[in-house]
Ligand binder design. Sequence first.
Ligand SMILES: Cc1cc2nc3c(=O)[nH]c(=O)nc-3n(C[C@H](O)[C@H](O)[C@H](O)COP(=O)(O)O)c2cc1C
Ligand code: SF4
Length: 412
Amino acid sequence: MKDIKIITEHWGKIDPLKIEDYLGVGGYEALGKFISKMKPEEVVEEIKKSGLCGRGGAGFSTGNKLESVANNPKAEKYFICNLEESEPGTYKDRLIVDNNPHLLLEGIIISALSIGAKRAYIYINGNFEKQKEILERAIEQAKEKKYWGENILGSEYNLEIEIFSGAGAYICGEETALINSIKGNRGEPKYRPPYPTQAGLFGCPTAVNNAETISNIPWIILQGGKEYAKIGAKNSPGTKLFILSGAVKNPGVYEAPTGITVKELIEEYAGGIQKGKEFWFAQIGGACGKLFLEKELDAKLNFSVGTGRDLSVQMGSGSILVVDKSVNIHDLLISWTDFFRRESCGKCVPCREGTFRLWEIAKRFRDNKISDRDKEAVKDILWTLNNTTFCPLGKFSATAFQDAVEKLKIWK
Ligand SMILES: Cc1cc2nc3c(=O)[nH]c(=O)nc-3n(C[C@H](O)[C@H](O)[C@H](O)COP(=O)(O)O)c2cc1C
Ligand code: SF4
């Protein structure tokens, strides 16, 4: 199972700018199968059977999300592909576009049609100019082949696809802020419920899915949900793109089955720790990720949402930063806190103020000017960020700092 590749199978072997190359490796066959042999509800059922869960971080069941929108009686529905990807250390979604844009596009078309959407949006980070151009070209080529537009492949299905370029704000990856952004409002999160599946874009039922999640769908339609469910961890099956960076010999993006351990990824995929460097800890899931010490590296990477999942480590977006003992913790603390201070959308006071105060304290710590009062204040700020902020970004901003205090014992 370790060798199975769903997303990266054709990377480097086909020209991403030529639809013929994708067609040559079985591209758009899943769409053809859907149009000629399947009903939309059968597609949703197959995705449910696969056990696919969201690769954007939260791990929510993709089948359940699509079903919830499909079953909504409202006539107007939307499908949105989330290509925001501002999480530091995470660059897997844009690599999908760089290497095989039609795989993503095919997944978008199938998903949108399966829920009865007539319009799909690709919400792309405004800084991803290259990926936007690649997608524009892929979309144009797919239209010529009648894979989207009116009467797809001669059927009754119609679908419009639009790329929407955001300004490149971390919070706009959060689905309600993303929807606000498409509507032309400030990129701020909204209170849920109602969830986007009930009342999302323009008040209509909307499925928002991550680009990696969506890229699994053509495989599931061709091979069947049952086959997909056999790969990786039982309770969050499939493969996952892991992004390894820091003190490893071969940093990069690797596709591996879920349930793999952090140690296996570092040793077997990324070539181990660089010569002369000594492992200190690994941060899993980007700037908002927890810190793991050497003794914890045998934990399996999984999704933790819902009860009953064989959770070991919440893998989030799949990024793993390997930090060695030569790294200056002051630099890291400042980098984490500065990121969240900058990216806080400012809607709620605990996050707007708390992220700023943490950054100030991190700077005093670096300058050897930290007081006992600062250390006490950190406890209060972390509690406040964890318990009172409006959206998960506030909680995210506390995670690494908290682990640095508790696990790395930075001020003892
Ligand atoms: C602060 C914040 C940033 C997020 N950024 C992204 C992102 O860049 N890409 C993404 O797919 N999901 C991101 N999410 C998760 C989305 O809100 C949503 O759960 C996801 O797009 C759903 O797709 P999935 O079910 O396929 O994972 C973010 C969530 C939060 C709270
Ligand atoms: S927690 Fe931060 S990002 Fe979320 S709403 Fe409050 S200020 Fe905005």
